[in-house]
Design a protein around this ligand. Structure first.
Ligand SMILES: [Zn+2]
Ligand SMILES: [Zn+2]
Length: 610
């Protein structure tokens, strides 16, 4: 049933009198609304970008709504800066949710959510609204309706209801199921937002959406300032019914969103690395709740966080996963079975997590352990040259000045060299992420495993699976598993995969064999809880003066680790890491804002990498 096109977005009513303004000073200590007088002549609304006097100087600000508190002396707004509000009332609700959840200044959240202005683009946008895009041919396949749990998902989309689902696609159907869900959403008369972790090369999911929906779909994937701002303006004017975008697109100004789809939701690029340190998956869930929309978290290997939510799951019926063999690493990391498979394969992908040809262990001249002379970093051989992985300096022994080293051999260059001698087809390292050609074996690392579309490879091999266990970091194993699964998915349907691992009982290896990670996640949950950072807890790093740890004790942390900070100037301080029950975050945020205003806390970082 077609209910006609979604409505064009409406601007809120004009505000006159005292209004609350968020001043563009992104500091926790100043994270509150300030009151200004809005003259009737300006016609400001919620989201209007304005210029206001602030501590004797002019500052940019955003109108939040009628003022709640009116002090004795109120200064007037000087002028309206941009013709179009930066957000509407519903988006403001989301921005406020982000500020509270990540204990971030609202000004820094708005600064990340709205692209920088390019004034000349606004001139072009005035006048007639741009034409709505023309529809494309729609989905080419109908596979989603055959998935277990898809009935409930499609009914929720069609009924314009809200809800969240965890979806595990068959590897070769990753883009197709997204297109079908988006189509259902458009037919229900609403808009769809699809988030992808990476922009370059353009993910297969984004290409499929553009093919299916033509110019109704906007791929908002990077581009220069001008192009980004132009796209933002046109989306705000209601031109597009589908937006596919990277992380900041979770704030795309799309009215009447009925579906938010997060592709590869376990990908680390969905987390913003700068203030306000938000995670696009969590923001997507919040936006869907506020907008009464359906949120789908899709991944071959869900994140531990998604697995812990216990969402209704949508997955293909039966096993849709290539056969995966586990072999013990042979001499020099080459199992005989793997060597035979490479000899027979005409099209394949060999995954090695290490770049280069090996790591320098010892100085050949003096026998001292190898390390970088200027910085002490470790040294890696690549293309015949040994360099520091930290500072890039050419390798020289700090003890004797020697430049030859004993190597621990391994890495993509080594794999390329030995596999070339074994294989019948050319073996190459990918210069940029791509799928192998018709008669080709590619060697690559984690950065080469992308959403490149159905691959149908004869062979995928995961080398050095044991390395993942030695990687530091709480989420390192989970990240390794999800990359392995995305690579092994390239062997589907009809291909085979080989994993080299010393311990075939390892739960990550077993998840790879089964093609599903539920048992792995159960163990991970136990492991993370034992480590004091349970899955689903809110984690913060707080930097402040002496006594910060004592202050944080009062916020009822699950875990609190306190370390002396390196003194900045003559000021010593503390760096604290804490895990909180999410329900305690609002109170924690109030306490941090007060402490920041009192000069006791310098910085709060949400969800740091552990
Ligand atoms: Zn030496
Ligand atoms: Zn160095």
């Amino acid at each position: 049933m077609t209910s006609g096109p979604p409505s064009a977005p409406e601007l809120g009513p004009a505000l006159v009198g005292p209004v609350a303004v968020c001043v563009d000073r992104p500091l926790l200590a100043l994270d509150r609304a300030f009151t200004y007088e809005a003259p009737a002549s300006l016609g400001v609304r919620v989201g209007s970008v304005v210029r206001v006097p602030f501590h004797g100087r002019a500052a940019r600000g955003w109108v939040l709504g009628p003022a709640e508190e009116v002090p004795a002396r109120v200064l007037p707004i000087e002028r309206l800066v941009a013709p179009r509000p930066a957000f509407d009332a519903q988006m403001l609700e989301l921005l406020r949710w982000v500020a509270e959840r990540y204990v971030a200044p609202l000004a820094s959240v708005i600064g990340r959510a709205v692209p920088p202005r390019v004034v000349s683009e606004e001139g072009r946008a005035r006048g007639d609204p741009p034409a709505r895009g023309r529809p494309g041919p729609g989905p080419r396949t109908a596979v989603l309706s055959g998935y277990r749990g898809a009935g409930e998902l499609l009914r929720a989309i069609e009924a314009r209801a809200s809800g969240a689902f965890a979806l595990r696609p068959a590897p070769e159907e990753e883009a197709a199921v997204c297109v079908e869900a988006v189509d259902a959403c458009l037919r229900a008369g609403r808009r769809a937002l699809v988030l992808v972790p990476e922009a370059d090369p353009v993910p297969a999911t984004a290409r499929a959406l553009q093919e299916a929906f033509g110019t109704r779909a906007l791929a908002w994937l990077g581009g220069d300032r001008r192009a980004r701002y132009r796209a933002w303006l046109e989306a705000a004017e209601g031109r597009f019914d589908v937006v596919v975008a990277t992380r900041p697109g979770v704030f795309a100004p799309l009215a009447d969103v009925g579906l938010i789809w997060v592709a590869r939701e376990s990908h680390p690029a969905l987390r913003e690395d700068r203030a306000p340190y938000y995670h696009a998956r969590e923001v997507a869930l919040a936006r869907a709740r506020l907008a009464g929309a359906v949120c789908v978290l899709a991944a071959l290997c869900p994140s531990a966080e998604t697995a812990a939510l216990g969402l209704p799951s949508v997955a293909p019926p039966g096993r849709r996963w290539p056969p995966v063999e586990v072999v013990a690493p042979g001499p020099e990391g080459r199992a005989p079975r793997l060597v035979r498979a490479i000899r027979e394969a005409r099209r394949g992908f060999l995954f090695s997590p290490l770049p280069g040809a090996g790591v320098a262990r010892v100085c050949r001249a003096c026998g001292e352990p190898a390390r970088c002379a200027p910085c002490g970093g470790s040294l890696r051989a690549s293309r015949g040259v040994v360099r520091c992985v930290v500072c890039g300096a050419e390798g020289r022994c700090p003890a004797c000045g020697g430049t030859t080293f004993g190597l621990d051999r391994g890495g993509v260059e080594r794999v390329e060299a030995w596999a070339s001698r074994v294989a019948r087809v050319p073996v190459r390292r990918a210069q940029r992420p791509r799928l192998p050609g018709a008669e080709e074996i590619l060697v690559g690392g984690p950065e080469d495993v992308r959403d490149l579309g159905p691959a149908g490879l004869e062979l995928v091999a995961i080398l050095d699976a044991d390395l993942a266990r030695r990687r530091p970091g709480l989420a390192a194993r989970e990240r390794a598993l999800s990359v392995w699964m995305e690579a092994v998915g390239w062997a589907s349907p009809g291909g085979r995969a080989i994993v080299q691992a010393a311990d075939r009982g390892d739960d990550a290896v077993q998840a790879l064999v089964r093609g599903r990670a539920d048992r792995f996640h159960e163990r991970e949950r136990e492991r993370r809880a034992r480590a004091g950072f349970p899955v689903g807890a809110a984690v913060f790093r707080v930097v402040g003066g002496p006594g910060t740890g004592a202050l944080l004790e009062a916020t009822r942390p699950i875990t609190l680790l306190v370390a002396e900070a390196e003194a900045e100037g003559d000021r010593a301080g503390e760096v604290c890491l804490l895990a909180l029950d999410p329900r305690d975050v609002p109170a924690f945020g109030r306490s941090m804002r007060e402490a920041a205003a009192a000069g006791r806390v310098e910085r709060v970082e949400a969800e740091p990498h552990l």
